[in-house]
Design a binder for this molecule. Structure first.
Ligand SMILES: [Zn+2]
Length: 550
């Protein structure tokens, strides 16, 4: 037997062979079983996912000698002719090349004749949206009053271009992009049959590259077999098609989310130097960010798409960014992708997009400003001011934490690298620097309690009612800003760890007095005026301090 490409050799021949379209096959099988057949069907979906295969299987189901049946035998003359594409009763027309009025007119005139062998004359019109309006109109006449022995099966990638009068006369089925894991599984099935050794990662890389199209995936496998022989590794797939591995795309996205501009650009450069197609890498990045978005909204929704093992790393990455920022990021990269398409220097546009994205991540969003103001308003209510004044007076000059913290029942492991006492003197300085350099988060930082250190972890605790503040501070930009400050002050790398501590009082804790300053006069108006929180509150409420109640 002559060589057949996989897409042809493994073309589905029965409803149950169709991959990833159960929602369509189930309905069609029911219709055939109950003999509730429509005159015209429309199969909609991207290319290479099984629209014409479904049409042919439906044709066999109707015209099989045992038909109509949900399981066409595949061996009767009618089935064999349909499979071979030479049935006189099943006419396949390519809308793209047969869009002239006369041809459609001939077709619709032939409609009158009874079928030769089977029960129905079946017209399969692929890319039906390509027909000219005149051809559509000729077709419409038949569609309005089709003879009982005629069935139309249309397929299209662009349903919006099909005339509404045609659409309204069809039973429409939307075929889906096939999930990557299903494609990979199907490729493994072919590989086993063909005695090819296909690495699971390689199968997944092909499936990802095929973007939901089974036919493309099968053609890629064909090419790989021609090129690599009987053993196919992931590296082969990546190098032959210029794809980037999922791990690399993940690492790249993580660098962007962490704001590591130099590292991200370095990785981009590496990929360009390795001859990777920049457009493909960009679309991979966008697809990855989209996966992250889906993961944030519904973690189990990716079970069919993401390679096993990738799910956990998605989880870690998803924690780095909030949903609205991720949406912004996807929009930015999609716009950049559009610009890249027409530009001779694609890499440059890519780099600019990465830099801009990281810059945007560092900016404060409106949500953050509002959260901040809300927090500030809450803080500057009269009652807490009194409390604050009382709390502050007895505070020793080097006070770092209020007593409640030392009583914290949270088990903290003993500090490993530096004694807590030393590091604790750092915290007030850090707080001071935050006030100076990033006033927007100073109110958040004031609600944090220094809990101690654990190895290289710098532990900050928050009262349970300060959860939103803690989450705001946990944003990558804020966290890396704090880590930068701590490094500046101690010369050591720290990982800032934020946690809720039940033992902390619900009232926002004390603003920590900066270490080097002498004790302040108790409850004086000056103390209040110096308080940055009060300053900001006065700004907001356009007020002035008349007196301080004690
Ligand atoms: Zn048959």
């Amino acid at each position: 037997m002559s060589y057949q490409v996989f897409a042809r050799k493994y073309r589905p021949q029965a409803f149950d062979d169709l991959v990833g379209q159960e929602h369509v096959t189930r309905t069609l099988k029911n219709a055939v079983e109950q003999n509730r057949l429509a005159h015209a069907y429309l199969f909609v979906g991207p290319r290479g996912i099984g629209k014409t295969s479904t049409a042919r299987i439906l044709a066999k189901a109707l015209n099989c000698i045992h038909g109509p049946t949900t399981t066409p035998c595949g061996v009767c003359d009618s089935c064999k002719e349909i499979t071979g594409g030479n049935s006189l009763d099943v006419l396949e027309i390519d809308g793209a090349s047969n869009n002239k009025v006369e041809e459609v007119r001939t077709l619709t005139e032939n409609v009158r004749y009874a079928p030769v062998r089977g029960k129905y004359r079946i017209y399969i019109i692929d890319e039906v949206h390509m027909l000219t309006p005149a051809a559509f109109n000729a077709l419409l006449k038949t569609l309005e009053e089709p003879p009982p022995h005629v069935k139309f099966i249309f397929a299209t990638t662009e349903p919006q271009k099909v005339l509404p009068t045609i659409l309204s006369r069809c039973q429409r089925f939307d075929l889906h992009r096939i999930p990557a894991n299903l494609i990979a599984k199907h490729l493994q099935f072919i590989a086993t049959n063909e005695k090819i050794k296909l690495e699971p990662a390689a199968a997944h890389a092909i499936a990802r590259g095929a973007d939901g199209g089974l036919r493309d995936a099968e053609s890629m496998l064909d090419q790989l077999v021609a090129f690599c022989g009987e053993t196919i590794a992931e590296a082969d797939v990546l190098s032959i098609f210029g794809f980037t591995s999922e791990q690399t795309v993940g690492a790249f996205s993580e660098k962007i989310l962490r704001g590591e501009t130099a590292a991200a650009l370095g990785l981009l450069d590496e990929q360009a130097a390795a001859g990777k197609e920049m457009m493909k890498f960009m679309s991979d990045l966008i697809a990855h960010l989209r996966d992250l978005l889906v993961f944030k909204v519904k973690p189990d929704a990716l079970a069919d798409e993401a390679a096993p093992g990738l799910q956990s790393s998605l989880g870690a990455e998803a924690a780095l960014i909030e949903t609205d920022r991720l949406l912004d990021l996807i929009e930015q990269f999609a716009a950049a992708e559009g610009r890249m398409k027409w530009s001779p220097n694609k890499k440059l546009h890519f780099e600019v997009a990465v830099i801009k994205a990281i810059q945007t991540l560092g900016q404060v969003t409106l949500t953050e400003v509002i959260e901040n103001l809300t927090a500030l308003r809450g803080d500057s209510a009269p009652a807490p001011i009194r409390d604050r004044a009382r709390d502050r007076s007895p505070a020793p000059p080097t006070a770092t934490v209020t007593p409640s913290v030392s009583l914290s029942p949270t088990p903290l492991s003993a500090p490993a690298t530096a004694p807590t006492a030393d590091v604790s003197t750092i915290w007030p300085q850090a707080v001071q620097l935050v006030h100076k350099r990033r006033p927007l988060i100073k109110n958040w930082i004031d609600t944090a309690r220094f809990l101690g250190t654990d190895g290289r972890n710098f532990l900050l605790g928050f009262a349970p009612d300060q959860k939103t503040v803690m989450e705001s501070l946990a944003r990558p930009t804020n966290r890396s800003f704090l880590e930068g400050l701590l490094k500046e002050l101690t010369g050591t790398d720290w990982t800032v760890q934020l946690s809720l501590d039940e033992s902390l009082p619900a009232t926002p804790p004390q603003v920590i007095a900066p270490a080097p300053q002498p004790p302040r006069p108790n409850d004086s108006v000056e103390t209040f005026r110096d308080d940055p929180l009060i300053k900001e509150a006065l700004e907001i409420f356009k007020g002035e301090i008349k007196s301080v109640a004690t």
